[in-house]
Design a protein around this ligand. Structure first.
Ligand code: PEP
Ligand code: MN
Length: 337
C-alpha cells in the first residue's frame, strides 16, 4: 500500500502515520520527493485495507498495490483455467455455447428445444427452474419439477445442464440435477449465497450484476473461490446505463479486461445483454471476436408464447444460422466453435 501525503504535511504527522502503520504490523518506508512525500507500507495489505487510512491527518491518497481479489487474479495463476463438465471443456480453444429457454416450461417444449440446440451445435442446455422475476405476479418457474424436466432433456440429448440457484435453501436440490449452477445478475452480491455455493463442488457460472464494476464482479468470484470451489466462470450479461434502445448495455470491453485480470473463463450472454433477438447474432460475433470463451443464448421454438424473455429468444433456425455465422469469426481469432 502506498500512502501519498499532503503537501503541507508536518514531521509530527509523518511520525504519527508511521506509528499507526507499525501498530498494524506494517513497515513504513518513507520516500521524500521534491513535490511530495509518500510512505510505502510493507506487509499484509489486507490488514490495511480494513483501516480508514484517508482519515489520518496528512494522508491525501491511498493506493493499493495488490489486487483485492487473490485466487481470481492472473498473478495467482498465469494459465487460463479450464473447467470440464461432462466432457465439455470450458476455457480452452473451443468456444462453448449454452442454449435453451429462459424458463423451463413444459417437458415436451424443453426436449424439443434441447434437441434443436444440440443439432445446431450447442454443447450445454440452459433453462431456469427458479426464476428471478421483477414482478412477484410473473411466472416464478417450475421449481423441482423443472429440474426433473431438465434431467430428462439431458438423458435424451446428453447435454449437460446450466440452471439457476436463487437462494441457499435451493442449493441442495439444484446440485442434484445441475452440471453448472447459475448465479444470476441480481444475486451477484448475495455474499451468503456465494459462500454456500463455494462449499459445493458443482461448477458455477457467475453473472455480472447489472450495476457492478469489474472489480466487484471479481470480488464476488473470490467469495466462491475462497470457499474451495475453483470451477468458476464469469458471465457478462449487460449492465444498466442511460441507454434504453437495448435492454442493457452489453459491456464487451470487460471481456479483454477480465481476460487480462483473471484466469477464469469469460462467457457472454447477448440475450439479456441486448433484450432483443435481432441483436443476439451480431453481438455474439462481437463477443467471439473480443475473446469470449463461451456464449449463453436464449432459444425458444415459439418465442411469442414464451413464459419469460420471448423478445430476446432466438428461433432454433436463427440460432443454427448464428452458429454458422460464428465459425469464420472464431477461426479469425484462432478459436473453434
Ligand atoms: C436468465 O439467465 O434467464 C437470467 C435471469 O439472467 P440474469 O440473471 O443475467 O438476468
Ligand atoms: Mn432470461
Amino acid at each position: 500500500m502506498v500512502l501519498v501525503l499532503r503537501k503541507d504535511i508536518t514531521e509530527e504527522q509523518i511520525k504519527h502515520i508511521c506509528e499507526k502503520l507499525e501498530k498494524w504490523g506494517m513497515k513504513p518506508v518513507i520516500s521524500r520527493g521534491v513535490e511530495r512525500t509518500v510512505i510505502g507500507a510493507i506487509g499484509e495489505e489486507d490488514v490495511l485495507r480494513a483501516q480508514p487510512l484517508e482519515a489520518i491527518p496528512g494522508v491525501e491518497q491511498v493506493m493499493p498495490i495488490l489486487k483485492p481479489y487473490k485466487i481470481a487474479s492472473r498473478e495467482y495463476k498465469k494459465e487460463n483455467t479450464t473447467i470440464s463438465v461432462n466432457g465439455v471443456v470450458i476455457g480452452g480453444k473451443k468456444i462453448i455455447v449454452g442454449a435453451g429457454p429462459c424458463s423451463v416450461e413444459t417437458e415436451d417444449l424443453l426436449i424439443e428445444t434441447a434437441k434443436a440446440v444440440k443439432k445446431a451445435g450447442a454443447t450445454i442446455l440452459r433453462g431456469g427452474a427458479f426464476k428471478p422475476r421483477t414482478s412477484p405476479y410473473s411466472f416464478q418457474g417450475l421449481g423441482e419439477q423443472g429440474l426433473k424436466f431438465l434431467a430428462q432433456a439431458k438423458k435424451i440429448t446428453g447435454l449437460p445442464i446450466i440452471t439457476e440457484v436463487m437462494d441457499a435453501r435451493q442449493i441442495e436440490v439444484v446440485v442434484r440435477y445441475a452440471d453448472i449452477i447459475q448465479i444470476g445478475a441480481r444475486n451477484m452480491q448475495n455474499f451468503e449465497l456465494l459462500k454456500e455455493i463455494g462449499k459445493t463442488k458443482t461448477p458455477v457460472i457467475l453473472k455480472r450484476g447489472m450495476m457492478s464494476t469489474v472489480e466487484e464482479f471479481l470480488m464476488s468470484a473470490e467469495y466462491i473461490l475462497s470457499q474451495g470451489n475453483l470451477a468458476v466462470m464469469l458471465c457478462e450479461r449487460g449492465i444498466r446505463t442511460f441507454e434504453r434502445a437495448t435492454r442493457n448495455t452489453l459491456d464487451l470491453s470487460c471481456v479483454p479486461v477480465l481476460k487480462s485480470l483473471t484466469h477464469l473463463p469469460v462467457i457472454v450472454d447477448p440475450s439479456h445483454g441486448t433484450g432483443h433477438w435481432k441483436w443476439v447474432n451480431p453481438l455474439s460475433r462481437a463477443a467471439v471476436a473480443v475473446g469470449a470463451d463461451g456464449l449463453l443464448i436464449e432459444v425458444h421454438p415459439s418465442p411469442e408464447d414464451a413464459y419469460s424473455d420471448g423478445e430476446q429468444s432466438l428461433l432454433p433456425e436463427k440460432f443454427s444460422k448464428m452458429l454458422e455465422d460464428l465459425k469464420p469469426v472464431a477461426s479469425a481469432v484462432n478459436r473453434e466453435i
